[in-house]
Design a binder for this molecule. Structure first.
Ligand SMILES: [Fe+2]
Ligand SMILES: [Fe+2]
Length: 410
């Protein structure tokens, strides 16, 4: 194997990454800065000897989530060189740190210093590691202590390991690690998430979890939301919602979008439509969005912005993509995302709905979502004019955007 001799100091951050979260990236960044490391290798484990097997997502999913997170981190933190290494996953059976270190020495050469990054709680277990004395000879350790955890006992153990085995372990106290992967998994399935979990979750990871129904999260969320809707909405509104959900799923398949995310957004689009207008106004006032002169007294215009705000509080839905598709489902807007278009169109063309010309729109929607969207925007503007109501600026800007875009295309 060719030796890579350019790098001098490499940090190793191993773990299950089930799932990876911002805390992992923060640790890596601190280690890079404090110990002047040239790069950090994130090494997802294959079959860890110290963890329960049944708590681990499949290695392919863990690796995919980690790779996406590291790609993003390298874009947003160009000063830190983060890399994913599959040395452990590529080996069969149980993996031990000593085998990994020997392999890395082989790859990077003897001139390279390795820093093994661990949680402070792991310090107590180091003497149970296979060939731990050899491990102490090969690497220095950086042990991170989470705020609120007493460091004195750990420091005592570090002093003991240093004296008896010559171990080199630096203890770093930090308040930047707020959660563990286990806490994230557990809170995900609680549906309502704490602010800490929302802050520490990476968007790419959350999207991946929904898309792949990891930890059974999408199934659980869908079940909880549909049960809530069934008991709180009028029968016809509930049936409309399920129908929009199915139509959104079909559109997502047709236009190669995440079907689970499309279903989630669709099932929540009318979640507050039956709220009294005062309640919708209060929600929009609280969120600071959606309440303007034109929409103030319109349930039709307020239920989108109000629902977009409620879904985070009620179901812990994270990120702007789903909430924006709900926010704009009645007005549309210029330059809509694919999910916004899917929810807007599905809401109007679902099989239970009926209006003059609906069959034509359904046919168009099989080929071009933008063309279907433009027809629907035009119809909604016509309706507003017929009813002699005020046209919302978002509706006109949506129509102008797609009218221009499609004309330019032709
Ligand atoms: Fe609606
Ligand atoms: Fe609807």
């Amino acid at each position: 194997m060719a030796k890579k001799s350019m790098t001098k100091s490499i940090g190793i951050l191993g773990g299950t990454f089930d799932p990876v979260h911002k805390g992992h990236l923060k640790l890596a960044a601190i280690a890079c800065e404090r110990f002047r490391l040239d790069k950090i290798l994130f090494i997802p484990c294959n079959d860890p000897p110290h963890k329960m097997k049944d708590r681990i997502a499949n290695s392919n999913d863990r690796l995919n989530m980690l790779e996406k997170a590291i790609d993003d981190a390298n874009i947003y933190r160009p000063n830190h060189k983060f890399e994913v290494s599959t040395v452990e996953m590529d080996r069969q059976g149980k993996t031990y740190t000593i085998d990994t270190l020997i392999q890395l020495k082989e790859i990077y050469g003897d001139g390279c210093n390795f820093y093994f990054i661990i949680g402070a709680d792991v310090v107590m277990d180091l003497v149970t590691w296979r060939n731990f004395e050899e491990v102490f000879r090969l690497v220095k350790f950086i042990a991170f202590n989470r705020q609120g955890f007493p460091a004195a006992k750990t420091q005592k153990q570090i002093d003991f390991l240093k004296e008896k085995y010559g171990a080199k372990i630096s203890l770093v106290n930090t308040d930047l690690i707020k959660v563990s992967s286990t806490e994230i998994r557990e809170e995900l399935l609680e549906i309502k998430k704490s602010d800490t979990i929302k802050d520490e979750m990476l968007m790419t990871t959350y999207d991946y979890i929904i898309l792949n129904n990891l930890y059974g999260y999408f199934d659980k969320l869908k079940k909880v939301i549909l049960a809530d809707l069934k008991s709180s909405l009028r029968k016809d509104r509930y049936e409309h919602t399920v129908s929009v959900m199915d139509t959104a799923c079909e559109l997502a398949i047709r236009f190669e979008y995440d079907t689970n995310k499309a279903q989630l957004a669709a099932m929540l689009h009318d979640v507050v439509k039956e709220y009294p207008i005062e309640k919708l106004q209060a929600i929009c006032l609280k969120s600071g969005r959606g309440l303007d002169k034109c929409s103030r007294n319109s349930t039709n215009l307020l239920h989108g912005p109000a629902a977009a705000f409620i879904i985070e509080e009620k179901y812990g839905i994270i990120g702007n993509e789903i909430s924006n598709s709900i926010y704009y489902h009645t007005t549309g807007r210029g330059n809509m995302s694919m999910l916004e278009k899917i929810v807007y169109v599905a809401d109007k063309i679902e099989p239970l709905n009926n209006f003059n010309g609906i069959d034509k729109v359904r046919k168009v929607a099989k080929k071009s979502i933008d063309e279907a969207l433009l027809i629907l925007l035009e119809k909604s503007i016509e309706r507003v004019k017929t009813e002699q109501k005020e046209l919302h600026s978002l509706q006109s800007s949506a129509f102008n955007h797609y009218n221009k875009a499609l004309k330019t295309k032709k």
